[in-house]
Ligand binder design. Structure first.
Ligand code: SAH
Ligand code: SF4
Ligand code: F3S
Length: 449
């Protein structure tokens, strides 16, 4: 008998990408094949994001497009997964006729059941959030490759006033250290070289006596030729122990994504971020002292309710003080159900836009300058393959996640760590000359040398 096949489209953050792999694994275990395109799929799932209004608009647009496919293939089942499923629940199946089922992030084990219901013409809704579900025992479905991510915790208890995540993902819970380390071992055996440990707030990882630093250290010891990243860190929970752990292990990348959101203490307080800018800058200083050469990236929101010109200048000021390698920069978007939704969204759209543009321009200038400082320096690069723009060049990434392009040669293969001397740099890319293939995990040694 021909197996049913499933096609999943994923929107939003890396956690959603990781969840898609869990969903594929659950469905594969229940006899589904993975379809290569929508046309050939019996089940089309959209794994959605609610973080900002425009993320949801995009997905509504996509659901509209799917109508065409469903008209051609009447038996096709369309399901909405992820954060929008949680936020909009029943409305989705009622308003959007083409949606057959709505399944939130903690109910993926029941997907086969919901799909069967949908094939029988019933609409299924599963949006219960769990305090314990971590999909601990499910080995995500992954194609072979160099890079993989592993969710180490789910949910968020921080309740920043602008953010829907605590509502769409539920309470914080951590996966067992043992199951994470086992997954790392499996990925190592399959030849993966770089792993990103994921959670909305990885620093509050806790399992028994083990905290996030213990987890990182356990992962780092599995295979010294694999390097590890993690995302996201909340400034409140960054411990000195964590910084020391990063410094101690050569295969933990010297790179921290540390969202600041805003530069003004008054706004940070309204956002319920639970730190002051002074405290944030102390963390940055301490990290730079403990981990020489560490670099940072951040998230910034422009135009939060009541933000004044002075508040905006404070954001530019903190960017100049930290000199981030990169930043994700957003206009504030009111989300129903959050605390900030009750505040008046009083910064006019064009002011938000203008401030955001200034933030983007400043970050580009800083990224460019930071990259210029790397010229004539040597960087260790994990080679990912040929450059997308030209097959005469290799492309790979540094410890600090910067793309490096260097000329093709006969010695290097994908997955090697190589030493490259940087000769030229733009805002987003470094160019250089190949020096040598290095011992596997030297990439941090260089920074501390
Ligand atoms: N857990 C992570 C980030 C989760 S969402 C953290 O705490 O840093 C990713 C980013 O989206 C946030 O850091 C924030 O900058 C942005 N964001 C979240 N809600 C938003 C909103 N309502 N409007 C605009 N940006 C938002
Ligand atoms: Fe949202 Fe704040 Fe949690 Fe990040 S820490 S997911 S911004 S509530
Ligand atoms: Fe979006 Fe949900 Fe991630 S709202 S950013 S997909 S946790």
């Amino acid at each position: 008998m021909r197996k049913n096949s499933v096609f999943i489209e994923t929107y939003g953050c890396q956690m959603n990408l990781a969840d898609t792999e869990v969903v594929l694994s659950i469905l594969a275990a229940n006899g589904y094949d993975v379809a290569n395109d929508i046309q050939s799929a019996d089940v089309v799932l959209i794994n959605t994001c609610s973080i900002r209004e425009n993320a949801e608009q995009r997905i509504y647009g996509r659901l509209g497009n799917l109508k065409r496919y469903k008209e051609k293939n009447k038996n096709m089942v369309v399901g909405v997964l992820g954060c929008m499923a949680e936020r909009l629940r029943k409305d989705l199946v009622e308003d959007k006729k083409i949606v057959d089922m709505v399944v939130g992030p903690d109910e993926y084990r029941r997907l086969p059941e919901f799909i069967d219901m949908a094939f029988d013409g019933e609409k299924g809704i599963g949006v219960r959030l769990s305090r314990v579900e971590t999909y601990d025992d499910i080995m995500p479905f992954r194609e072979d490759g160099l890079q993989a991510w592993i969710s180490v915790m789910r949910g968020c208890d921080k309740f920043c006033t602008f953010c829907v995540v605590p509502f769409t993902r539920g309470r914080e819970r951590s996966r067992s250290l043992r199951s994470i380390v086992n997954e790392v071992k499996e990925l190592s055996a399959r030849g993966f070289r770089e792993i990103t440990l994921l959670g909305q707030n990885v620093n509050s990882y806790q399992e028994g006596d083990s905290d996030f630093a213990d987890l990182l250290s356990a992962c780092a010891q599995v295979d010294h030729s694999m390097r590890f990243r993690f995302s996201t860190s909340h400034p409140q929970d960054i411990s000195e122990k964590l910084l020391r752990t990063i410094a101690e292990h050569k295969n933990l990348c010297n790179y921290i994504h540390l969202p600041v959101q805003a530069g003004s203490n008054r706004i940070l307080d309204l956002m319920n971020r639970t730190y002051t800018i002074e405290h944030y800058l102390t963390i940055i200083d301490k990290a730079r002292e403990i981990i020489p050469g560490v670099s940072f990236s951040t998230d910034i929101i422009s135009g939060f309710p009541t933000e004044t010109w002075e508040d905006h200048l404070a954001t530019l000021d903190v960017m100049q003080k930290v000199r981030y390698d990169g930043a994700y920069m957003f206009k504030y978007s009111p989300r129903e159900g959050t605390k900030a939704y009750k505040m008046e969204d009083d910064v006019p759209e064009e002011v938000k836009g203008k401030r955001l543009q200034e933030i983007i321009d400043l970050q580009h200038k800083i990224s460019f300058e930071v990259n210029q400082e790397l010229i004539d320096k040597e960087e260790i690069v994990l080679v990912e393959g040929l450059s997308k723009k030209s097959d005469k060049f290799f492309a790979g990434r540094t410890d600090s996640n910067k793309m490096v392009i260097f000329p093709l040669n006969d010695y290097v293969v994908r997955g090697d760590y190589v030493k490259v001397k940087i000769t030229r740099a733009t805002t987003a890319t470094l160019f250089g000359d190949f020096i040598e293939i290095t011992e596997k995990y030297m990439h941090n040694e260089l920074k501390t040398a």
